[in-house]
Design a protein around this ligand. Sequence first.
Ligand SMILES: [Zn+2]
Length: 577
Amino acid sequence: MTTTAPRDEQLWSRCDGCASLLYRKRLRRNLDVCPECGTHTRLDAPDRVAQLVDPDSFVPLPDRAVRVDPIDFVDALPYPHRLGAARASTGLDEAVLCGTARLGGHPVALAVMDFRFLGGSLGCAVGELITRTAERALADGVPLVLVTASGGARMQEGALSLMQMATVSQALAGLREAGLLTVSVVTDPTYGGVAASFATNTDVVLAESGARLGFAGPRVIRQVTGAALPEGFQTAEYLLRHGQVDMVVPRHALRGRLAALLAAAGAARRPTPPAPRPAAAGAPAVARPARDPWETVRTARHPGRPTTLDYLETAFDGFVELHGDRLGADCPAVVGGVARLDGRPVMVIGHQKGHTTAELVARNFGMASPAGHRKALRLMRLAARLRLPVVTLVDTPGADPGVAAEQQGQAAAIAENILALSVLPTPVVAVVTGEGGSGGALALAVADRVLMLEHAVYSVISPEGCAAILWPDSAAAPQAARALRLTGADLCRLGVVDELVPEPYPAAHGDPAGAAELLRRAVAANLAPLLTVPPATLVRRRRQRFRRFGAARSVDPSARATAPPRRAAVDDRPEVA
Ligand SMILES: [Zn+2]
């Protein structure tokens, strides 16, 4: 915002976005967001702290910046002159304000950068102060929130400023090892060495509306490449689409979003209360009167069937969606984030389909890309660090079979998830809610307890695909459906699934709210006994659970002559897997 005539300086400012003349008090009340066009004005660190934390809760860190000029830097002005001017004009020691506070009642350590101070540049003092804030978080056992606003490393301190990227990152690694949540709030602008370290290597990255973040600035990129930049390049929305940030949050919602994340991380760290055993949910591992498996396949694919986001609305509370694989994409076919189940924080990850054709297309029919699997992996690992149980909701025809998916390593992405889940040191409950299609389903279903909705299916291949290969006529899909043993009842008998979750009559799409309630009860009942099991025991049992499906047995040498040769269990046709 630009102030107008000196006389009106305190009363009016002009919006840089829409040029409206705004009454300053009104602008302030609106958290310095233009009420006309939504432009988010840059905030200095004291104002930012005041907006974010609970009133009167901020206590500055006792540490003070040391005045340094490590390389005797002089340009038009000696560096100490510039430092002195920045101090005088901002009233701050350095380009960051650090302290402890409460946010939504949750204790937190926070460091807030101030762009007015030499462009928020990262020098030795800034790096040291942020590192001490992280150390304070570790000592107090509380989460760390970093609010970034920076042009990058401070060139007046030469390579020593570059070293600060490593210093702060190491401190974040310590919090990661301790299972303490780290969150960065990226504000405009965040570039260079700050973007390439603590703005993005925290557990969760929030971007304030209007923020731009990048390693190189647009001017440099244009000079180097000579190319025009894409629409919205490096804006928060662009970064969200490309998997670089978890969410874009308007300023008025920042406090609430941070509080929700801190609540999830904080509650998970409290000792587990003796788990109340909810009334036994779900049918025993026996289905109701059998219907034709092909009919079950069609029910599992019914467009009115509740999706993962529907269940997150109904069976869970307080869902905060996290986005992106941090490598280049945010796959719409996989959704995930923190939520509460019966008041207990959990990480929920699931495939997302849709009810209309437009929704299905937008979600790629629930077929995850490698980015979707990598997003899921990121959230699983975050859950383990924060000691949050993981609940997965499986509903996919299979992993995305496209060319781009192959080029981006679909097979390896699935493989990595299966491996990671098999050693994840936190409880995992998987529920096949609709279609459990092949490796794409298993990538979310290596769990301590595997549940299946009454009319869901879980199969190595679609009945159509199987029919086309083996009959070979896709019209034989109903026969293939019967042959594949893909219903919940069959899979319970085979030990692949532990429990069936009943659905309201005739099926979940007829009564989504009822289905959600049955799902909630079943997940809670299956999760409760896992919460008190030590992580190492959980992992050992999970591995044993999946080991039992092996088909080999030790052969008694004397019996070998009479044993008939076993038919290979694995078909060599690549489509089958
Ligand atoms: Zn405006």
